[in-house]
Design a protein around this ligand. Structure first.
Ligand code: DC
Length: 221
């Protein structure tokens, strides 16, 4: 199978770039952050402290998380419920970052990610795809940008969706998540040794897209 791994901090533009690139290449796009969000949402709904290792681990016992692809679009399921919309709420972001530092959660989601990549030509994005989940991916990209540029993009996105947010809160939230994601003991966010680092601060969407498509095409031949 042909696998592309894209990792990088929150707001680097991973998901919009990944969607466009995978569409152009005719492979599926797997957003692994959605899996951590689903586990975080499940804990929030049960009123569990999302940093409590024991309670979060217990919460995994009676839950299933799954990805289904409908017309090429990824949908995320918690049991039989499609939670694709609810996992995008701001409180689900921090919950996801919290639960993602818990080893049992990473283990719980690992096999599912591996299985999808073994069975499909896919582009998978996350934080540890190139380093842990798909160390043999044919192409690994680390997509990054300055915190301010990332916060601005996230802010514009939320405003466009009609949400009432302040730029400063978005930036604070992003810095806090970056810190947590890069400093956790298990599978911290960092570029794989053999990844191509793409800093998108000064690049347009199309420039990033074309760069990734040309890197992918080189590796496909
Ligand atoms: O990409 P995202 O913002 O939807 O991810 C939500 C959180 O999940 C993020 O703060 C870190 C975590 N995550 C992770 O630890 N490993 C992944 N492969 C993907 C996401």
């Amino acid at each position: 199978m042909f696998n592309i791994a894209i990792d990088g901090p929150a707001g680097a533009g991973k998901s919009s770039i990944a969607k466009a690139v995978s569409k152009e290449l005719g492979i599926i796009y797997v957003d692994t952050g959605a899996l951590y969000r689903a586990v975080g949402l499940n804990a929030l709904r049960k009123n569990i402290d999302t940093k409590d290792v024991t309670l979060v681990t217990e919460s995994l016992k009676d839950v299933s998380v799954d990805l289904r692809f409908v017309d090429g679009e990824q949908r995320v399921f918690l049991g039989e419920e499609d939670v694709s919309v609810d996992i995008r709420l701001p409180e689900a972001s921090m919950a996801a970052s919290n639960v993602s530092a818990i080893p049992s959660v990473r283990q719980f989601l690992f096999d599912l990610q591996r299985k999808i990549a073994n069975e499909n030509n896919c582009l998978m994005d996350g934080r540890d795809i190139g380093t842990v989940v798909l160390p043999n991916a044919q192409l690994k990209v680390f997509l990054t940008a300055s915190p301010e540029a990332r916060a601005k993009r996230r802010y514009d996105e939320l405003i466009a969706k009609g949400q009432d947010v302040e730029y400063k809160d978005v930036l604070d939230d992003l810095n806090k998540r970056d810190y947590q994601d890069t400093h956790r003991e298990i599978a911290p966010l960092k570029p794989a040794d053999d990844s191509v680092i793409v800093d998108t601060t000064e690049m347009s969407f199309n420039e990033v897209k074309e760069k990734l498509i040309s890197l992918a095409k080189e590796r496909m031949n």
